[in-house]
Design a binder for this molecule. Structure first.
Ligand SMILES: NC(=O)C1=CN([C@@H]2O[C@H](COP(=O)(O)OP(=O)(O)OC[C@H]3O[C@@H](n4cnc5c(N)ncnc54)[C@H](OP(=O)(O)O)[C@@H]3O)[C@@H](O)[C@H]2O)C=CC1
Ligand SMILES: O=C(O)CCC(=O)C(=O)O
Length: 483
């Protein structure tokens, strides 16, 4: 098996620290590949290459950048089955989810190909006679991108595409646990850049541990901005390092997302939205619904229907055609999920379904989706992000209590409501303290052309995705010209 190398200044180079084995969580005897493990020196070389490339790349026409991004989007579309299968094999989400995520990455590249042509500014009359003022946007320079394991191609895509579209250069450090999809994406981007004769170093990939490669990106003065998705703890570290040296930063850090189910909800819609939002993609989504806040009049029927639905859900090998939910990503995350199941029981919540490890034909990290009932919003299982297939039902009297409980959290990424009342839906959309609100839809699963991000402890900085991404990846310049 050929090692997968780092991409620095247009060359594929072996990692200074050897390689890391990428293990299939559905079958630990299956090694997906060996991926380069970079050093601080390699991160610095990549940053230097990106800094050198910036002058030329930032002066390319939008057409050149459009063509690169369009080409990447096209190849991802054509290869979605192959790359989606790789994604499912390394991360454990189902093959359908892997293909869907790959297609989403393709759509993101195509969207930002279009955005290169729409980078408009303003022309204003000055308040002084004979003076013209303009407001334009310019790229920042080298952008450091640090990404997590749970969306191994979509999250790199939604950071790389706008960064390159607006004329920045990039150093990407993907999660060490699942570098395969990011490597496949890097290989496509590299070829697309070379096809238009772009300078070496516009896009660099340095795989390796966050504490080494990630930290080197955070500390380097030539990195103008850092976009990060991952845990709250690492996010705080990113913020501290960037503030210290005056770099721009953006953080996306998870949630404890509420899904409110009111008495007047359509039961089938509510059950589907909750099961999908809480348990699909093995619950490993920062937008997952981990708190199901259910009003008293529908509570018992809802719980019974969710349990029935879960009985029909098959947990299994990510690549098996009949699998609905794949394995947990690794042994550490599985241990964390099981620990929270034990914590929930000890806190007095009742396990209405699942929570047990499962054995399958292959040796993987299989866990039954766990549904707690009788939970309160003060329990640790209701306050801390578990990041696995574990959700709790919190019973409330009415809509007012549901809204109060939904907002009683340190996070604010997404929030959902299932109701047939337009009044309740409108009120919730206005008053939910979250960056994204869903009505009669799962809290997870978002469009690629509109802003993504949250409030409170979930996010920091301008939104990602859609045309709002321009806020992070460009800086504004005002000019005054006397006529
Ligand atoms: N909001 C979200 O989308 C996500 C939230 N999470 C949350 O985070 C928890 C832990 O997951 P985990 O993957 O460990 O999250 P981390 O925050 O550790 O990882 C996210 C990224 O940051 C990198 N990183 C780690 N340490 C540093 C550092 N000192 N400097 C710079 N970069 C660093 C990681 O590198 P590497 O891992 O390669 O060493 C990875 O690329 C999960 O259980 C979940 O609660 C996790 C993933 C996504
Ligand atoms: O729900 C989604 O579609 C996106 C979720 C996500 O980006 C995340 O979990 O990190």
């Amino acid at each position: 098996m050929t090692d997968k190398l780092n991409l620095i200044a247009g060359d594929w180079v072996a990692g200074d620290n050897g390689t890391t084995a990428n293990i299939n969580p559905s079958d630990v005897t299956d090694t997906v590949g060996h991926y380069a493990s970079g050093s601080k020196a390699q991160a610095e070389a990549a940053i230097e290459a990106a800094a050198q490339a910036f002058r030329l790349w930032s002066r390319t026409t939008p057409q050149v950048r459009h063509d690169v991004l369009e080409r990447v989007g096209q190849e991802l579309t054509e290869r979605r089955e192959e790359i989606g299968t790789l994604l499912a094999r390394e991360e454990g989400k189902t093959k359908a989810e892997g293909i869907g995520e790959t297609l989403r990455a393709a759509q993101i590249f195509k969207f930002f190909a279009g955005e290169t042509l729409r980078n408009a500014g303003d022309l204003l009359d000055s308040v002084r006679p004979g003076v013209e003022t303009t407001v334009t946007r310019e790229p920042l320079g080298v952008i450091g991108l640090i990404t997590p394991w749970n969306f191994p191609i979509a999250i790199p895509a939604w950071k790389i595409a706008p960064a390159l579209a607006y004329g920045n250069t990039v150093v990407l450090k993907p999660a060490d646990l699942v570098p395969g999809s990011a490597w496949a994406l890097a290989e496509i981007i590299d070829r697309a850049l070379k096809a238009v004769g772009a300078p070496a170093g516009v896009f660099n990939l340095v795989m390796g541990p966050g504490s080494v490669v990630g930290q080197a990106i955070l500390e380097n003065r030539k990195v103008a901005a850092v976009s990060f998705t991952g845990s709250v703890g690492t996010g705080a570290r990113v913020a501290q390092a960037c503030v210290t040296r005056g770099a721009r930063f953006q953080l996306e850090m998870g949630g404890k997302n509420p899904m409110v189910v009111l008495d007047d909800a359509d039961l089938t819609t509510a059950v589907e939205a909750c099961v999908n939002g809480a348990f699909f993609s093995t619950g490993q989504r920062c937008t997952a619904s981990s708190r199901l806040i259910v009003s008293a009049g529908i509570h018992d029927r809802f719980v019974e229907a969710v349990v029935k639905r879960l009985e029909g859900v098959r947990v299994g090998h990510a690549l098996a055609a009949d699998t609905h939910i794949g394995p947990v990503v690794d042994a550490r995350q599985l241990a964390q999920d099981e620990e929270y199941v034990a914590i929930g029981k000890a806190e007095g919540a009742e396990l209405a379904f699942g929570g047990k490890r499962l054995t399958r034909d292959t040796d993987g990290f299989y866990l039954e989706p766990a549904l707690f009932i009788g939970a309160t919003n003060q329990m640790r299982i209701s306050r801390e992000e578990i990041f696995g297939p574990v959700a709790s039902v919190i019973k409330v009297a009415d809509y007012d209590e549901a809204l109060a409980v939904a907002n009683d959290t340190e996070f604010g990424l997404s929030a959902g409501i299932c109701t047939s009342s337009l009044k309740a839906a409108q009120h919730f959309k206005r008053n939910a303290e979250a960056g994204m609100v869903m009505v009669n839809l799962p809290t997870a699963g978002v469009d690629y052309h509109v802003p993504f991000g949250g409030r409170k402890g979930s996010s920091y900085g301008p939104r990602e995705q859609g045309r709002y991404a321009v806020e992070f990846y460009t800086t504004v310049k005002t000019t005054y010209t006397a006529g």
